[in-house]
Design a binder for this molecule. Structure first.
Ligand SMILES: Cc1cc2nc3c(=O)[nH]c(=O)nc-3n(C[C@H](O)[C@H](O)[C@H](O)COP(=O)(O)OP(=O)(O)OC[C@H]3O[C@@H](n4cnc5c(N)ncnc54)[C@H](O)[C@@H]3O)c2cc1C
Length: 401
């Protein structure tokens, strides 16, 4: 079998790319391969569901550009496809003097990114959110919420409608690049098969490094899984806040801190933290996988990272094991929450690229070979940004001829 484009990965980035490629090139044969029996089984289906406005990101970075374009594009897509979303706005709450200074720096960054925002003093914060206490806050009205599984499903429908071929339960196990094609080896329920494609695009999330290794690309990074554990607040708390409530994040880390998130189904989650994972696709707290853990432990970059951040890693483990400590993170800005309000909720696992020198990759990262393009790092807000990322990939592909 011969295809023009093969895309690996049925998360939101892969599906958005497949849909936009097929729409742009209606006569080309485009195939999307997903190893699970349904779409969105990993990061796309286990996240906070926030349509980010783009406050945090370094001005000029791909993250900043994609997020701003993505927020508008996602909301337009939802409107066009009758997908429920809500622009409930977000508050970034400073609870002490140190956070206040970091908050001001964040407000400057927001300004530099051209994001409309408002600074609130403690009185105004209390007026707008009577259950939230802090010394000051940034209000970003644009931020919204949505269910990204629904968004991905609608994109997949449009891909298939445009003539695309979507195969679930098809895991890519081998890749071999030749002058005029790439051979793709696949394992499926129906057995093993091989196909050829003129061009390959990999959007494999937690397996991004493995796919680049299959092609022996000269890029030295490893995906380190970071669990994002959540609780759901008991239904008595469903009206505790009107906005999304975020702490002021540590600028050294690419994680946003434990926040209160209103979900599109009316519930409220609290989370996620960022705990080192021992299984890339293991969602239970004590899941362990020997291969995954070995790949982390045998990577020198991991130990350099650990040396730099061992204190915050230790705190994250403690907060994960002791719900009372986890709760305290949110009580800093929402004191009325109680331990009995926390109910179980599924975790998500972030695919965080780490380079051999131990640096965390904050921005999107791509790698190329003559006939392939690999999304190596697609961290939050990649769900918000999936439409511009897909567009960007289409443009890179068309430039590569
Ligand atoms: C806890 C958490 C909270 C987040 N919150 C937000 C948020 O509120 N807003 C936001 O914008 N972003 C958020 N994100 C980020 C966002 O969810 C991800 O960046 C985004 O979903 C990445 O999409 P993806 O398609 O790259 O990866 P994934 O959704 O992980 O998809 C990759 C797919 O590739 C498939 N695959 C892997 N290997 C193979 C193979 N060999 N063959 C075939 N298929 C393969 C996998 O099965 C998977 O389905 C959050 C992420 C996490 C983990």
């Amino acid at each position: 079998m011969q295809y023009d484009f093969v895309i690996i990965g049925g998360g939101i980035v892969g599906v958005s790319t497949a849909w936009q490629l097929q729409s742009r090139y209606p006569k080309k044969k485009v195939l999307l391969l997903e190893k699970e029996s349904a779409l969105s089984q990993h990061q796309t289906g286990h996240n906070s569901g926030v349509i980010h406005a783009g406050v945090y990101y370094t001005p000029g970075s791909l993250k900043a550009q994609f997020c701003q374009q993505g927020a508008d594009a996602t909301m337009d897509f939802c409107k066009a496809n009758d997908i429920p979303f809500e622009q409930c706005g977000k508050l970034l709450v400073a609870t002490d003097r140190e956070e206040y200074h970091r908050m001001l720096a964040l407000a400057e960054r927001s300004q530099a990114n051209g994001i409309e925002h408002e600074l609130l003093d403690s009185k105004e914060l209390l007026r707008r959110e009577p259950q939230i206490s802090g010394v000051a806050a940034i209000h970003v009205a644009k931020t919204g919420i949505v269910n990204y599984r629904q968004v991905t499903e609608a994109m997949a429908q449009q891909f298939v409608k445009a003539g695309g071929d979507l195969r679930l339960g098809h895991e890519v196990t081998g890749l071999d690049e030749h002058d005029d094609h790439i051979r793709v080896d696949i394992n499926s329920n129906a057995g093993r098969l091989s196909i050829n494609t003129s061009y390959l695009i990999a959007c494999a999330g937690l397996a991004a490094d493995r796919i680049t290794r299959l092609m022996e690309l000269p890029i030295d990074f490893r995906i380190i899984p970071f669990r994002g554990e959540y609780y759901r607040l008991s239904s008595r708390c469903n009206n505790v806040v009107k906005h999304l409530i975020y702490p002021i994040p540590d600028p050294e880390l690419p994680f946003l801190g434990v926040h209160l998130t209103r979900m599109i189904d009316g519930s409220i989650t609290i989370g996620p933290n960022a705990v080192l994972g021992f299984k890339r696709e293991g969602y239970e707290q004590y899941n362990f996988d020997l291969r995954d853990s070995w790949e982390t432990a045998s990577f020198p970059g991991f130990w350099k990272l650990a040396k730099q951040h061992w204190r915050s890693a230790r705190e994250e483990f403690k907060n994960s094991w002791q719900p009372i400590r986890y709760l305290k993170l949110a009580q800093k800005y929402c004191p009325q929450l109680e331990l009995s309000d926390l109910e179980e909720y599924p975790a998500g696992i972030r695919a965080q690229a780490v380079m051999a020198d131990g640096s965390l990759v904050h921005d999107f990262l791509f790698a190329e070979s003559p006939r392939s393009l690999h999304v190596c790092n697609a961290p939050s807000p990649a769900a918000t940004s999936a439409i511009p990322i897909g567009k960007y990939i289409c443009e890179l592909v068309s430039k590569s001829g």
